[in-house]
Structure formats: C-alpha cells, structure tokens
Design a protein around this ligand. Structure first.
Ligand SMILES: Cc1cc2nc3c(=O)[nH]c(=O)nc-3n(C[C@H](O)[C@H](O)[C@H](O)COP(=O)(O)OP(=O)(O)OC[C@H]3O[C@@H](n4cnc5c(N)ncnc54)[C@H](O)[C@@H]3O)c2cc1C
Length: 343
C-alpha cells in the first residue's frame, strides 16, 4: 500500500513558525523532511498579521509579519524539504513496520517514519462573531473580524471590541493610521505584553466594562454609530464610527485528529518535556502543545520544535546525538558560506 510513495524521516503537519523552523532544524539533523499545510501558502498564523510589526523575536529588532514569514520560509528551504500545500491532513494509519501514512481530505497520502504536529490551534478555526441581529450584513462594508490591511483604516474613527492580544495589537498598529481608536471591553483585563497594553492605554480611548449592544446605519449599508452598554450599570452611550473591528477570539475544532488517540484536550495536547505525544513516533510543537511553562509565542514555538525534532531523530535512531551540533560544524553551511563570501 506504500508503492509510489516516498518515505520521509519526518513530516511536519503545519507550516507556521513551528513547522518552518522545525524543517530547517531537521535538515541540520540530516533528516529527509516534508512540510504539509492546509493553507495554500506557508506562514501559519503569521499570514493573519502580515502588516503588523513583530518586535519580540530574538535577534530581530522589528519586522513586519510579512518579512518574518519570508525569512522563516527562506530558512526552512535551506535543506530543500518537500512542501505540500492546500492539504488538510485528517487520517493517520500506523503500519506494521512502525511507519505512518497520513491522508488529506482530498485523499493525498504521505509516508513518514515520524510526525511532528505543528498545527497551532488547528485547521478549523472559527472566529467568534458579534451576536447582534443583522450584524452579518455589515461584513461586506465596515464590520471586520480581522485586520488585513492597515491602509483600509486610514483617517477613520475605529472602534475595536475585545480585550485579547489581537485587540490590543490592532489598537496599537492602527493608532498612526486611524483618526481615532476606541477599545471597548467587557472587563478591565487585557491580554498581551504589558508594554503593549500600556501603549494602548496611552494612545487609545479605552472603555472598560462596556459591550457593544446595537449597530446603527443611516444608509443601511455601513455602520455609522454603535451603542455601548455598561455591563454592570446598564448605562448606554453612542460612539460615532467608520469601522468596527470585533476581536472576540475563536473556537477551535480538531475534527478527525481527535480520533487519532493522541489525547487532545479541550484546545490542546499535553506533551512530555521532549515534546512527545502518547503515540511513539509522533511529537508536537508550537501553539498546539501544553506543558507547565509553555510560551504561546513564536519564540516558544522555535524552542518546542527543536525538542520535537530531537525526539524524532532519536526515535528513528536511539543512538543519535541528543541535539544537533552547532551550525558551523554542518557541511551544508560550508557550501552556503562560500556563496556568501563570493557575493
Ligand atoms: C493577531 C496575532 C498577533 C500575534 N503577534 C505575535 C507577535 O507579535 N509575536 C509572537 O511571538 N507571536 C505572536 N502571535 C502568536 C503567534 O502567531 C503564534 O504563537 C505562532 O504562530 C504559533 O506557531 P505554530 O507554528 O505553532 O502555529 P500556527 O502559526 O498557527 O501554524 C499552524 C499551521 O498548521 C496548519 N494546520 C492546522 N491543522 C492542519 C491539518 N490538519 N493539516 C494541515 N495543516 C494544518 C494551519 O493551516 C497553520 O498554517 C500573534 C498571534 C495573533 C493571532
């Protein structure tokens, strides 16, 4: 049943920061590598904040999400991994020899000795929508659930509903573009880096303990006002707006992956300190995993995936070194170093 299939040492399900950096690192460990992603391009969640500045990745003072994605993809390609896009993996079969066959929704099959699940919050992310009757009609005009292009908001009075990382980040990113930014949050708690929250509070109008209650539109096409209501006192107020951004998070479903016997919890997978799952040969990394000190950021994904790759390497060869040697000792870099010197 594996005829015509090429066997890989390691296959990453997910081509976000964990899968991309993992593909580079598994190349350093001389493993034949494949990356599969359900989206039609690599980058994972970073594709949702291409215009945002990212400040908190080591050795990179500041880059846009787009630049960071490009750099990670370039680095991931160093050892020429196979890349399969637009393939959502749903099936897993373990063969008698311990190898695995992964199957996509369209029936594509992939043969691999080990699997690294770098699926973030999963392929079936459903944004929590604004629960106000008729809101859906404004989704084609000025009700947004994500910010794709900061320029769309230039000179506008923007209202953001939510208190999570994305709400805070967007408030800060939009501040130089928008005429005004007002953040409406049900509580006085905001998630995100302390510095980002302080910056938002200094530059945006912040209305805590309020929620959006009603949308108004004079022309019936676009929202021009929202009514906000105090969650404790019931006091109401109207805010003029040209753009409403709703950032109420998302729900996640792992669909058929739950049937694999990995022990996926409500949103995530518990792993060992080597990023191993309950199934020998399958490890995991990035936002998908959970352990005591887990950091759900790009930096955390990099660290996890190095451990996951080392586990995969030792699963294939129990005598292999615990980790890769430093990059200067890798023959592939000797060749690449020459190219740098010659350019
Ligand atoms: C708005 C926003 C701003 C952020 N800003 C920052 C920041 O400034 N700094 C920072 O460090 N972090 C930031 N983060 C967090 C960061 O994006 C995540 O921590 C990081 O992307 C996690 O990487 P990952 O590889 O684990 O998962 P993801 O990036 O989510 O990638 C998972 C990939 O797996 C694929 N996939 C899922 N299921 C399947 C399947 N069954 N088959 C095939 N493919 C599948 C998905 O399509 C996706 O491409 C931000 C997040 C958001 C939402």
């Amino acid at each position: 049943m594996t005829e015509n299939l090429e066997l890989y040492d390691v296959t990453f399900i997910g081509g976000g920061p964990a899968g991309l950096y993992g593909a580079f690192y598994s190349g350093m460990r001389e493993m034949k590598t494949k990356i599969i992603d359900a989206q039609n391009e690599l980058g994972g969640t970073m594709l949702f904040f291409l215009d945002k500045m990212v400040w908190d990745v080591g050795a990179i003072p500041a880059l846009t999400g787009r630049e960071l994605t490009d750099q990670l993809v370039r680095q991931a390609r160093t050892f020429d991994p196979a890349i399969a896009l637009s393939q959502e993996i749903v099936g897993l079969e373990r063969l008698d020899d311990g190898t695995f066959i992964l199957t996509s929704t369209a029936g594509d099959r992939h043969w691999t000795k080990t699997v690294i699940m770098a699926i973030g919050y999963g392929g079936l992310r459903k944004v929590r929508k604004l629960e106000i009757e008729g809101a859906v009609r404004y989704e084609s005009s000025n009700l947004y659930y994500t910010v794709e292009n900061l320029e769309d908001f230039r000179g506008k009075r923007v209202v953001i509903s939510g208190g999570g990382d994305s709400a805070v980040d967007w408030a800060n990113e939009l501040e130089p573009f928008a005429a005004s930014v007002t953040v409406v949050n049900r509580t006085d708690k905001f998630k995100g880096l302390e510095r980002s929250v302080s910056r938002m509070k200094a530059s945006a109008a912040v209305r805590t303990h309020y929620q959006i209650e009603m949308l108004h539109s004079e022309d019936g096409q676009a929202i021009d006002k929202v009514t906000i209501c105090h969650v404790e006192t019931g006091q109401r107020e109207q805010l003029d707006t040209d753009a409403l951004i709703v950032s109420h998070g998302a729900t996640y479903e792992y669909g058929k992956l739950r049937d694999w016997g990995l022990g996926i919890g409500k949103d995530i997978l518990a792993v060992t300190d080597k990023m191993e799952s309950q199934i020998p040969g399958i490890s995991a990394a990035g936002d998908f995993v959970s352990y005591g000190s887990k950091v759900k950021l790009i930096t955390g994904a990099f660290n996890d995936v190095v451990l996951a790759v080392n586990s995969a390497k030792q699963y294939i060869d129990p005598h292999a070194a615990k980790m890769a040697r430093i990059s200067t000792e890798n023959a592939r870099f000797d060749e690449l170093n020459k190219q740098f010197v010659n350019n």
